[in-house]
Design a protein around this ligand. Structure first.
Ligand SMILES: Cc1cc2nc3c(=O)[nH]c(=O)nc-3n(C[C@H](O)[C@H](O)[C@H](O)COP(=O)(O)O)c2cc1C
Length: 353
């Protein structure tokens, strides 16, 4: 049956990520870099924590706080339930989400139901998703049709060369793909943004992306979920260990992308609490996205588990903003930081571009 392999891969990914040993699916030594950043505490913030404003927007849709749940799944039976739980949690909280790669539903339209969440989430920001290497020669009418069918507000195109390089069935011909992104932007009526999957966007990549006309970049840096490890393990590729620490740490990817890109930047890859979000925004991001912990919260507690986890993150961001004396996100972005260690060294060597 068309798409059967993709469907099976999606189910395996979900199983490994929802319940697998964290040490096997995240980085061992490389970190996001956020731990090397200090915010400047205010012992007299002169604001009330309850009045801190967290609202923002993404591609025209309001967000109650600066977070979306990253693209994860769709295309297998189990994914339908995961997407529904996450979507209804996002609807309740007033934030957005992405569904995972729509390749499976394009190959086999009978799987479309696993991506459809509008019944439970009529108002949220919702993005569709496709891998950049799928774009080559793709009939974009089909992609537009898939986006329409799930009623997505935007398309996220993911860049994942390291993941593809360790997959047995991976696509490693990335020639001409910037042009393919540009062709997609021109063809679709929905806005398009680009994301990595946990190995990060460098300044040079961001510069290439500027020319494609995309409307946002999610840097998805190193320090969180590690797709090189996951796919090497899944495919029993014992020759991938040398790439286990590959990538631009998330904190640095934000700075690198911001040095050349002046539209919306999302930070993801190991964002795990409200302090990480605050640091990401000060470094130059406009909002953040989180994948793995949301999936695990869903696996443990369904929709309520996701609501509980994301409410905790929202509360943490509010607390940190109170502690630095920021009444709203614009004030937060203007706060000063101190950068230590390896992160400082990277910034010194890479300059401002
Ligand atoms: C189970 C799972 C499936 C994922 N599938 C996709 C996908 O289909 N498309 C995509 O762009 N990213 C996918 N990702 C990557 C995430 O969107 C995100 O970029 C990455 O996991 C880093 O964020 P994290 O450290 O918060 O997990 C997936 C992540 C997880 C955990």
């Amino acid at each position: 049956m068309p798409g059967e392999k993709t469907e099976q891969r999606k189910a395996e990914h979900l199983k490994i990520c929802a319940k697998g040993d964290l040490g096997k699916i995240t980085f061992t030594n490389k970190t996001t870099g956020f731990e090397e950043i200090d915010l400047i505490p205010s012992a007299l913030p002169e604001i009330s924590k309850d009045e801190v404003e967290l609202e923002t927007e993404f591609l025209g849709k309001p967000l109650a706080f600066p977070l979306i749940v990253s693209s994860m799944t769709g295309g297998c039976k189990e994914a339908g339930e995961v997407n529904n739980d996450i979507a209804s949690a996002c609807e309740e909280l007033g934030i957005g989400m992405g569904v995972g790669s729509m390749r499976a539903m394009i190959e086999n339209p009978a799987l479309a139901y696993t991506y459809k969440v509008r019944d439970v989430a009529p108002n949220i920001f919702l993005n569709g998703n496709i891998g950049v290497s799928q774009l080559k020669g793709m009939d974009l009418e089909k992609l537009a049709g898939a986006l329409n069918e799930v009623d997505a507000d935007a398309l996220a195109i993911h860049l994942n060369p390291a993941q593809e390089a360790v997959q047995k069935e991976g696509t490693t011909d990335f020639k001409g793909l910037a042009k393919e992104i540009e062709r997609t932007v021109k063809k679709l009526s929905a806005p398009v943004f680009v994301k990595e999957v946990g190995n990060g966007i460098s300044r040079e990549t961001a510069r290439l992306l500027v020319q494609t006309g995309i409307q946002a970049i999610d840097v998805s840096g190193a320090g969180g979920t590690n797709w090189v490890k996951i796919d090497a393990m899944r495919g029993k590729n014992t020759n991938a260990e040398y790439l286990y620490e590959w990538g631009v740490p998330t904190a640095l990817a934000i700075v690198e992308a911001r040095s050349v890109y002046n539209q919306t930047i999302l930070a993801s890859g190991g964002i795990r609490n409200g302090l990480d979000i605050a640091k990401a925004l000060i470094l130059g991001a406009d909002l953040c996205s989180i994948a793995l912990p949301v999936l695990r919260a869903q696996a443990d507690g369904g929709k309520e588990g996701v609501v509980e986890y994301l409410t905790r993150i929202q509360g943490e961001l509010r607390t940190v903003m109170f502690l630095v004396g920021a009444k709203n996100l614009n004030e937060l972005k203007d706060k000063k930081i101190v950068v230590h260690g390896k992160m400082r060294e990277w910034l010194k060597q890479r300059g401002k571009g």
